[in-house]
Design a protein around this ligand. Structure first.
Ligand SMILES: Cc1cc2nc3c(=O)[nH]c(=O)nc-3n(C[C@H](O)[C@H](O)[C@H](O)COP(=O)(O)O)c2cc1C
Length: 365
C-alpha cells in the first residue's frame, strides 16, 4: 500500500482524510470510533466557552435531491456550534487524544469579539493535548447574529486582530477557516496569515435557501412556519469549493490549505489536493455515507498513487494550479495550436466549426 501520510505544520497525518467540523465530530464517542475506523484526522464540532447561549431548532436540516434517483446532492443546515458544555469537551478531547496519539485531533473553536475569551479557550483547550486548532471565522447562520463566525470572517481587520490574539497564546498550529460568502476569499485569508495563522481551511458552507414548499408558501427548513438562510454543503458545492481552494493556492503560495466542500470519494479528494490542499476534510459526505467510508477512500487513493507512480502526496498537492490562466491566454493558445496543426494564421478558420457545433447542441429542440 502506498504511503498516504502527509505532514502539515508539523502535524503528522497518517492519511490526508480528515472529518470536517460538524456532526461527524460531535462528541468523544464518535471521534474515537472514527479514529478506530481509520480517519487520519478529525476536526471536532466547533466549541465555545458558554454553551448556555447555544439553542438549536428542529428541524435544522433540509436536503436537495436528484430529480432522477432521489440521491441527496445538496444539504442545508441551520445548526449552530456545539451545544455541549466546554468542560465536557475538555474531558473528551483529552480522552480521544490519549487513546489515539498517532491521529491528528484538531479543535474547532469560536468565541465572541473579546480577547480574554479567545485566549482562555485556546489555553484551556490546548492543555488537553490536542494537535492543532481551527478558528471558525465562517459559520454563516445564527452565530453572525452574535457577531461571531462569518460576521468576523468577512471582516479582514477583525480576522487579523483575533488571529493575533490567538497566536499570542497558542502553542499548537492554527488554521483559520474561511467563509466562501465573500467576494474574494483571499482577502480574509491573507489577513489571517498576517495575524500569524499557520494555515487556511476552506470552505465553510455557502449561504442558501434550499427551497420552498409551494403548497404552503413556506421556505425550508420550516421552523414554526419560518426559516433563515442556512449553510449549503455536499456534492453540489464541490465546483465552488474547488475554485475557492485554487484561489487560495494562487493567492497565498506556500500556505498549507485544508480543503473541503462536497468531497465524497477518493477521486474528489485527489482533485482538492491537485488544487493545493494538503489535507481534505469531509463532513456531509460522511454524514450521508457513514464513517466507514474511510476504508474505500484510503484504498482508492493508495491504488491511484501506486498506478501513477507517485511516491508521496506532496507530488500531487497543487499539481493543477499552474494550469489556470486568463481567457485572452486561452484564445492565444488556440491560435498558436491552429498554426501548429494546420498552418493557419487565422484561428477562427480553425475553430469556428467547433464553436458553432457547441452552440447548436444547446439550441436544438
Ligand atoms: C450539519 C452541519 C454542521 C456543521 N457544523 C460546523 C461547525 O460546527 N463548525 C464548522 O467550522 N463547520 C461546520 N460545518 C461545515 C463543514 O465543516 C464544512 O465546512 C462544509 O459542510 C463543507 O464541507 P462538506 O460539503 O464536506 O460538508 C457544518 C456542516 C454541516 C453540514
Amino acid at each position: 500500500m502506498a504511503d498516504l501520510s502527509i505532514e502539515v505544520n508539523g502535524m503528522k497525518f497518517p492519511n490526508p482524510f480528515v472529518l470536517g467540523s460538524g456532526p461527524p465530530g460531535t462528541n468523544g464517542r464518535v471521534i474515537n470510533r472514527s479514529f478506530e475506523l481509520g480517519w487520519g484526522g478529525i476536526v471536532c464540532k466547533t466549541i465555545s466557552l458558554d454553551n448556555s447561549k447555544v439553542h438549536n431548532t428542529v428541524p435544522r436540516y433540509a436536503r436537495l435531491k436528484s430529480r432522477t434517483d432521489q440521491a441527496v446532492i445538496g444539504f442545508q443546515n441551520i445548526e449552530l456550534i456545539s451545544d455541549r458544555s466546554f468542560d465536557t469537551w475538555l474531558e473528551e478531547l483529552e480522552d480521544c487524544k490519549q487513546k489515539h496519539p498517532d491521529k491528528m485531533l484538531i479543535a474547532s473553536v469560536m468565541e465572541e469579539y473579546n480577547k480574554d475569551a479567545w485566549c482562555e479557550i485556546i489555553e484551556r483547550t490546548q492543555a488537553t493535548g490536542i494537535d492543532g486548532f481551527e478558528l471558525n471565522f465562517s459559520c454563516p447562520h445564527g452565530l453572525p447574529e452574535r457577531k461571531m463566525g462569518m460576521a468576523m470572517g468577512e471582516n479582514p481587520d477583525i480576522v487579523e486582530e483575533v488571529t493575533s490574539w490567538v497566536m499570542s497564546v497558542a502553542k499548537k498550529p492554527v488554521w483559520a477557516k474561511m467563509t466562501p460568502n465573500v467576494g474574494d476569499i483571499t482577502v480574509p485569508a491573507k489577513a489571517a496569515i498576517k495575524g500569524g495563522a499557520d494555515g487556511i481551511s476552506a470552505i465553510n458552507t455557502i449561504l442558501c435557501v434550499l427551497g420552498v414548499d409551494i403548497n404552503t408558501g413556506r421556505p425550508m427548513p420550516t421552523v414554526e412556519g419560518y426559516t433563515v438562510p442556512g449553510g449549503y454543503s455536499g456534492q453540489a458545492v464541490r465546483p465552488i469549493a474547488l475554485r475557492q481552494v485554487m484561489e487560495l493556492s494562487r493567492g497565498l503560495p506556500g500556505v498549507p490549505i485544508s480543503g473541503m466542500g462536497g468531497a465524497e470519494t477518493w477521486e474528489d479528494a485527489v482533485q482538492f489536493m491537485m488544487m493545493g490542499s494538503s489535507t481534505v476534510q469531509i463532513c456531509t459526505g460522511a454524514m450521508l455515507q457513514g464513517y466507514a467510508m474511510i476504508k474505500g477512500l484510503c484504498e482508492g487513493l493508495s491504488k491511484f498513487l501506486d498506478e501513477k507512480g507517485y511516491k508521496s502526496l506532496d507530488e500531487i498537492v497543487g499539481k493543477s494550479v499552474p494550469y489556470f490562466s486568463t481567457h485572452a491566454d486561452l484564445v492565444e493558445r488556440q491560435r498558436a495550436a491552429g498554426i501548429a496543426k494546420a498552418g493557419l494564421a487565422n484561428r477562427d478558420e480553425m475553430w469556428k466549426g467547433d464553436i458553432a457545433k457547441e452552440t447548436e447542441m444547446l439550441t436544438n429542440d
